[in-house]
Write a protein that binds this ligand. Sequence first.
Ligand code: 5GP
Length: 204
Amino acid sequence: MSKGFLLVISGPSGSGKGTVCAELLKRHKDIVFSISATTRKPRPNEKHGVNYFFLTEEEFKKKIEENQFLEHALVHSNYYGTPRDFVLNEIEKGEIVLLEIDVQGALQVKKNYKNTVFIFLLPPTMDELKNRIIKRGTESEEDIERRFRNAFEELDFVGEYDYFVINDEVENAVRDIEHIIEAEKLRVKRHSDIKKKVMKKEER
Ligand code: 5GP
């Protein structure tokens, strides 16, 4: 088994991160999702402790002061943060921990956690991106515009990532990510006992 590692997936609002990550988690029991905290209001289908930990701004800021976040950022006017203890414990257990976070958060993780794999999820086109945000129907017109503007800015950071995946079809995007994970599990640095493993097989 390879050592645990962090898998960061970022991408603009409407790139389909949520759907792709949900499918990935359904298929791979060795991937654990890190539930973020946020000050954003829950959407109708979202549950506290499942999609996010929904906090007040006061609660969120207290957690920042207590250094409880691995990274945190202000995204589309709301705070979002990754719980530090949960993530580090899971990695210690050898799990792959999936963080679905924005570019600012990814840059903070990049600075502090060297073994992380960074994937940038892209829509097939920016027109399609806008259609998807509008179709989702959960954001106000002002919020749609803000998310679309931010998407262009986020694209400038794709060069900071290890891999890009185009989400034309969920199935294709999930398959690409599965290939990335399989290759990453075989990185020599993720194993401390390769020689021992082979020697054991010889002895049998
Ligand atoms: P949404 O409000 O659509 O659920 O998420 C908005 C943005 O916040 C997305 O780009 C999502 O990846 C990002 N996000 C979600 N959780 C976190 C987090 O813990 N940290 C950071 N930095 N971004 C997050």
